[in-house]
Each structure stands twice: as structure tokens, then as C-alpha cells.
Design a protein around this ligand. Structure first.
Ligand code: IMP
Ligand code: MG
Length: 174
């Protein structure tokens, strides 16, 4: 059995639900006249994306790209990506959805991949933004919460492979 920490709540289920509804409403209005394709980055964004898309009241296509950089609870620094898309994004407005923007390495790498397929535009949406940790070369177009530089898990994010099913975002104290 793995030894899991006692979750300390950083962002409650209620706050997440409220913020995700706001993001969905904003995206619905911004993409009203566009052909929307949501591409979420698995595994971490799977829960956020599934809640977000149900708050977007527009026709859309959905696809996913899988990426990983964390080994255990430390980033390995290397990002491995499987970006084989199943939908055709040519001429469409792509919204990339990820769980968290940390160093920005993952999104920077991923953003270049659908570009080859000539979408009309690509924007990014993350639930969590560790903004203080980063230079300004990448900024999400939509962000749920700015958070301090702590290790977080739950609501899709894992603690060494576990805890993705927590309904809230928890954090580890140093
Ligand atoms: P970046 O490439 O450093 O921006 O890291 C982004 C990816 O690392 C995210 O998509 C997450 O999967 C993972 N990650 C970054 N910070 C955390 C964290 O605090 N907890 C869990 N996963 C994280
Ligand atoms: Mg991820």
C-alpha cells in the first residue's frame, strides 16, 4: 500500500465548481462564432476538462494529447508527449486545456504540435497557474486560479500516481 498524505484543502470543491462554471460561460461567449475544438492534456486535465466542457454551451469537437513530465512528486524536466490527434483541426479554433501551468515547459512544447495541422488559432486554458515561478514567455489565455509554488494534487492531478479522484485541490506542506 502507498502511504498517502492527509489531504489539506487548497481549493474546495465548491470554489472549483463555481470557477469552472465562470470559465465555461466566458469561453462560450468568446467562441460563439468559432469552430471550437477542445484538446485536453491527459492525464492530469481529464477531470477539469470534463467539467469545463459541460459548462460550454457550444457545438465542439474534443480530442486529447498525452504528456508527462513528473516522476513521483518531482518534475523530471523532460516532457514526453503523444500528440497524435484523432480529429482534423484545420481551420478550427483550438482550445488547449491543462490542469496546471508550472514551469511552462509542457504547454510550450504542446502548443507547437497542433500548429502543424493549420488550425485557425490556438489558445490555452489551465485550472491552476503557478505564475510566480515562471518568466513571462507563456501566459494562459484562461486561468482558474493563481496558486503559490507548492505541490498540489487532487481534481485530476496526481500524488505519485494516486489521488486524482479527490474532489478538491490539496497541497503538500514542505
Ligand atoms: P510544466 O511543464 O512545468 O508547466 O508542468 C506542467 C505539468 O506538470 C502539468 O501538466 C502537471 O501534470 C505537472 N505538474 C506541475 N506541477 C504539479 C503539481 O504541483 N502537482 C502535480 N502535477 C504537477
Ligand atoms: Mg499534465
Amino acid at each position: 500500500m502507498v502511504n498517502l498524505p492527509k489531504p489539506k484543502v487548497l481549493i474546495s470543491e465548491r470554489r472549483i465548481r463555481k470557477r469552472v462554471a465562470e470559465l465555461g460561460k466566458k469561453i462560450s461567449s468568446d467562441y460563439k462564432n468559432k469552430k471550437l475544438t477542445v484538446i485536453f492534456i491527459s492525464t492530469g486535465a481529464v477531470i477539469f476538462a470534463s467539467d469545463l466542457i459541460r459548462n460550454i454551451s457550444l457545438p465542439m469537437q474534443i480530442d486529447s494529447i498525452s504528456a508527462s513530465s513528473y516522476k513521483g512528486i518531482k518534475s523530471s524536466g523532460k516532457v514526453s508527449v503523444d500528440a497524435r490527434l484523432k480529429v482534423d483541426v484545420k481551420g478550427r479554433s483550438v482550445l488547449l486545456v491543462d490542469d496546471i501551468l508550472d514551469s511552462g515547459r509542457t504547454l510550450k512544447k504542446i502548443i507547437g504540435l497542433p500548429k502543424r495541422e493549420k488550425p485557425a488559432e490556438i489558445r490555452t486554458c489551465v485550472l491552476l497557474d503557478k505564475a510566480s515561478k515562471r518568466d513571462d514567455t507563456i501566459r494562459p489565455d484562461y486561468s482558474g486560479f493563481s496558486i503559490p509554488d507548492v505541490f498540489v494534487y487532487g481534481y485530476g492531478l496526481d500524488y505519485d500516481g494516486y489521488c486524482r479522484n479527490l474532489p478538491h485541490v490539496a497541497y503538500l506542506e514542505d
